[in-house]
Design a protein around this ligand. Sequence first.
Ligand SMILES: [Zn+2]
Length: 627
Amino acid sequence: MGVRGGRSCGWSLSLFLVFLVSPRLTAQAIRLHVDLTDAPRNIYHAHLRIPAHAGELSLVFPKWIPGNHRPSGPLGALTGIHMEAGGHTIPWQRDAIDVYEFHVSVPAGVDTLDVSLDALTSQDSAGAGGPAASSNLLDLNWNAVVLYPRGARSDDVSFLPSVTLPGGWRFGTALPVTRTTGDEVEFATVSLTTLVDSPLIAGSHYRKIELTKPGEAPLHQMDLVADAEPDLAMTPTDVAAYQKLVAETRALFGERHYRQYHFLLTLSDQVGGHGLEHHESNDSVAAERTLLDPDLHMLYGGLVPHEFVHSWNGKYRRPSGLATANYQEPMIGDLLWVYEGLTEYLGNVLAKRSGLWTEEQYREALAGTAAALDHRSGRKWRPLEDTARSVQTLRMMGSQWQNWRRGLDYYPEGELIWLEVDSIIRQQTHGQRSLNDFCRRFHGGESGPPKVMLYTFDDVVRTLNDVAPYNWTNLLRERVAATSLHAPLAGIENGGWKLVYNDQPNLFTQAEEKLAKFADFSYSLGFVAGADGKLDDVIVGSPGYQSGLGPGMKLIAVNGRKWSPAVLHAALKSGQGSDQPIDLLVENAQFFKTYSVVYHDGDKNPHLERISAQPDILADILQPLTR
Ligand SMILES: [Zn+2]
């Protein structure tokens, strides 16, 4: 365990931390101006003034992006590179091996290298798919518009950033603002670490909501941008829930590792969906009508709590393999089942404790997670830890054959593992202790500006043993390193509930079907169908799989009638009393074929059912810590 500090010791100090890094740098900051006026057509124009001396200089473009946990720096979108010194164009050359690196010869007699570059943002939204900007709003992730000297620690390079916004747009960011003049905004000098950790959102429709109760510190503020003004109408109930979320995290963790916190929330169907955590902000995108539509409200209920939890679990406490000196050093994802899995668990629990979800909504979400993981055929060959180590290849693989390949399962399966851990602590200590005690010890520390405290697997086990002695090493190694045919459901069962399937729709899949996203037949026929009838994934071993169906095939008709979710649900129902198979006419790469699926058990949807003989530990877990 160790501390990786020095990243935030006040804005002025960072000016003086620079020069040990590279003989090319002076103590001066790199000036960075980003012209965002072309954001509606998804191109950001950047200009950097880099202090430099005569000689060879190598500059790098950030490759391994925190929170993405992989080499997702959008290099393909980096365009229009032009370098100049003393009024003359300076030729640059990309490194033949490391294509993120650029070599340049700085001529004698100059002290600054001017670099112009453009970031194309139509296909990268904070490391996720989809554009970063629309006609009305934008998301600026600074890693897409910077170069920095090769070999420098990101804590040791300072930047003096500024932006020009599209006319009349307003913005939110955790970066400290020094001056705003019309659409020009200047920020304080910060380290490259803080810059990359502090995205900016802006839009023509903007609303600021104070979440700090009067007289309380530090500042907690929600900055919302949306594609239309009515989308910003957060109800007083929701405002109260987010205020409670702030209070609940204080009660859970005890301390805070930020000077102020900004919830940057974009409401849009036009840009890529994502949630990206930072020390002092989170950059989250939800559907345009999330604040207005109860189904969307439920579907996105866990997003902001998850990203907020990361300020403690992920940013402050970080697995040693994910804390790197700069953005060129590779990351090791082995402990992502803690980084993301524990965050998923706490984020969903906090969604209930804060009032963003009801208890029933929490249980329905958990039932859906448990069922999906219990039907992952890839459990046979791939242990959970391997999905974490493979984040760089799995992240953008899509959903086809996901059950056999496994996806980013360290999120949802991590949630089940941490529920099990919480339930064991509560059982072992007869309700005297819980995972809340672990969080206080592991994530509390001392309040103050952002810093990073590293941890290893052994540190996690040690803290668990401090809370409640148990054979945690064996349990956790078994859960993450071994293969197993079934998902770890012991936490649900210890909690006084069990996973069941019946023909009543699960609230979450019902909402998704209603919003015409997809229809879920995973636990009956063995597939999910998109709005266009395209099969998303087909579970290996399911009736659909046995009939020959595969992902990517498109449903055309069910028993001779044009496909729709309702028609297929009806066919499942009538098939219950019949000995006839369900005939599915399918289009597969321009050819049509009928597949006969032998299945007679009707709709099957996951829910949790109470085990009446056992205490309801799950209800205890969901109780708010504050009044
Ligand atoms: Zn996360």
